[in-house]
Design a protein around this ligand. Structure first.
Ligand code: GSH
Length: 332
C-alpha cells in the first residue's frame, strides 16, 4: 500500500528521509479524480495518524502520496532524491519577465524551468498579445495560482475574472481570441494537420523525453532514446519538406508546441543522456536551428545553466554521465 510507503520513508533510514522533529510538510494526495495539496505542520511521531486522517477524509482510492518538506528543493540534500530548482528566470527570459511585470487583464502564471509554460509564453510573444507574467513556484503554490488552477500546476492563465490551464488548451484559447497573428493556418485541412501533429507531440515526444531523462537503467535508456528519436523522426517526416518550420518559413502552432523540448535537447538531454547534435544539412538540423534562432523562443529562454540544474532532479544520479547514442542513424 502506498500509504505504507510514505510511512516507511519516515522510519526506514535507508531511504535517507530527513524529516526533522517537527516541521511543515507538503502532502500531495492523488485520488481517482483529483489531487489535493496540503501544507501541514506536524510532529514526526504524529505523521501516521495525520496521513490516515487525510485518507479517511477523502474516502477514495489513494494512488500516491508524496510527502516532502516545503523547503525540499531549496536546500540541497534535504531529501536524498531532490535537488534545488530555480524560481526566477535568467538571461533573456528574465528581461521578458521584467518587461511584462505591469498589471494586465491577461495574466500568465509561470515558472522558469517549465516547458509547458514556455509554450504559452512563446505564443503570447509571437502573437504580441499584451500580458502580465507572474513568476510562481509551483511547489509552493500561491493562492492566486490555486484560484485559477485548483491542481496548482503551471501554466495557468487568468483573463479578467476567468481562468484556465493546460498548455495546449491555453494555446488554443489564445488562438481563439483572434486578436493578433494566428499560429494556426486558415485552411481547415492544414489546421487539422497541425492539430494532429500537436497531438503526436503530447502523446509521444513529451512523455518520451521524461521517460528517457528519468530512466536510470542504461539498457532502458538506450530503448527510450530510440523511442524518442523515432518520435522526432516521425514528426520531421510530417513537416514541410523545406520548412525550416513545420508548415513553412514561419513559426506556427506545432513549432511552438515542440519548441521547449527541442531547445532542451542540447541543454539537458545532451549532457545527461548523450543526445547528439543535429547533423548539418539535414531537415532536422534546419528545424532545430530555426527554432533556436527564433526571437520569441529566445525571449522566453533562460541561460543554459538554469536548465541543466533544474533537470538534475529528473536525471537522478547520472549527471554528466551520458550513454552512448544508440541509434545507427541520426534524425534526418
Ligand atoms: N499537462 C500540463 C502539465 C503542466 C505541468 O506539469 N507543470 C509542472 C511544471 S513543468 C507543475 O506545475 N508542477 C507542479 C506540481 O507538480 O505540483 C500542461 O500541459 O500544462
Amino acid at each position: 500500500m502506498v500509504v505504507d510507503g510514505v510511512w516507511l520513508a519516515i522510519v526506514n533510514p535507508a531511504i535517507k528521509w530527513s524529516l526533522r522533529h517537527s516541521q511543515t510538510v507538503r502532502l500531495v494526495v492523488l485520488g481517482r479524480t483529483r489531487a489535493v495539496d496540503y501544507r501541514l505542520h506536524l510532529e514526526k511521531s504524529k505523521f501516521r495518524a495525520i496521513s490516515q486522517r487525510l485518507i479517511h477524509v477523502h474516502s477514495t482510492v489513494i494512488y500516491l502520496i508524496i510527502c516532502s518538506s516545503t523547503r525540499r528543493h531549496k536546500t540541497q540534500n534535504n531529501m536524498s532524491n531532490q535537488k534545488p530548482y530555480h524560481t526566477k528566470a535568467t538571461g533573456k527570459a528574465a528581461v521578458t519577465v521584467a518587461d511584462h511585470s505591469t498589471e494586465s487583464p491577461l495574466k500568465l502564471y509561470g515558472s522558469c524551468f517549465c516547458p509547458f509554460v514556455q509554450r504559452v509564453w512563446i505564443a503570447l510573444e509571437a502573437k504580441k498579445i499584451p500580458y502580465q507574467y507572474i513568476e510562481v513556484d509551483p511547489y509552493e503554490k500561491p493562492q492566486s495560482l490555486l484560484e485559477v488552477n485548483p491542481r496548482g500546476l503551471v501554466p495557468a492563465l487568468r483573463h479578467d475574472d476567468w481562468g484556465c490551464y493546460e498548455s495546449t488548451v491555453l494555446m488554443e484559447y489564445l488562438e481563439d481570441l483572434k486578436t493578433s497573428t494566428p499560429l494556426l493556418p486558415d485552411d481547415p485541412k492544414t489546421r487539422a494537420h497541425c492539430r494532429l501533429w500537436s497531438d503526436h507531440i503530447n502523446r509521444h515526444v513529451v512523455p518520451g523525453f521524461y521517460r528517457l531523462l528519468q530512466e536510470q537503467n542504461p539498457e532502458k535508456q538506450v530503448e527510450h532514446a530510440t523511442e524518442l528519436r523515432n518520435a522526432f523522426e516521425t514528426l520531421v517526416k510530417a513537416a514541410h519538406p523545406e520548412g525550416p518550420f513545420f508548415v513553412g518559413p514561419h513559426i506556427s502552432f506545432v513549432d511552438v508546441q515542440v519548441a521547449p523540448w527541442l531547445i532542451r535537447l542540447r541543454r539537458v538531454m545532451k549532457p545527461y543522456r548523450g543526445w547528439p547534435d543535429a547533423e548539418n544539412g539535414t531537415r532536422w538540423a534546419a528545424w532545430v536551428n530555426a527554432v533556436e534562432s527564433n526571437e520569441h523562443v529566445q525571449a522566453t529562454t533562460s541561460t543554459d545553466a538554469l536548465y541543466l540544474e533544474s533537470y538534475a532532479r529528473y536525471a537522478g544520479n547520472t549527471l554528466l554521465c551520458p550513454i552512448g547514442w544508440p541509434g545507427k542513424r541520426a534524425i534526418c
